[in-house]
Ligand binder design. Sequence first.
Ligand code: SAM
Length: 223
Amino acid sequence: MGKLYLVPTPIGNLEDITLRAIRILKEVDLILAEDTRTSGKLLQHFDIATQMHSHHMHNEHRSIANLISKLKAGATLALISDAGTPAISDPGFLLTRACLENDIAVECLPGPTAFVPALVNSGLPNDKFVFEGFLPVKKGRQTRLKLLAEETRTIIFYESPHKLLKTLANFVEYFGADRPISVSRELTKLYEETVRGTAAEVLNYYTEKPPKGEIVIVVGGKK
Ligand code: SAM
């Protein structure tokens, strides 16, 4: 029996890869990457010559049976995504579950992911928190927001820059203008920034200074 490794990769700063991640990526038989061009640059940077296959949201369902056969035949595979930890708002869950159903060992290495530094940087309570990932764009969005308005733990969202203003306006409407919020942008990169304040203040800030780059929003729970 082979083994599946889930290997976190940097979310911006290449220095954030671990020594073990580099070794595993060099040792496995095959690397499954979300985007082989993006990951190709990373592998080149660290002199990793392992063969790569593409494994993304659109072929994930189709390729699982074939990957399980490879693993059963003894292959070791490493799954990486474009950035951060595979399976966290990225492909990986389906393959992990299929491996476990087939008694194939799975090991996830610890490493970069965007929500942990955003949560810790926010200064909001982190003894209990919920990770919501991306909010639904249309269907189900209102229902989710109404439900989350009652949540007492700190809530973490992933968001894209062009939807940030709409999402912050929704937070003012559903959670209240005074709800504490922290927006972390471009974590680990040159223009890293964290803006903290009430929902209304943070909405104001980004209305005047339209956001660019990658974003995590952390929202304090209901008092
Ligand atoms: N697997 C990744 C992880 O472990 O964090 C998440 C992948 S998800 C497709 C991409 C989202 O993660 C972005 O839209 C943004 O919300 C967040 N993200 C990724 N890198 C980030 C960064 N450097 N700064 C802030 N947010 C980031």
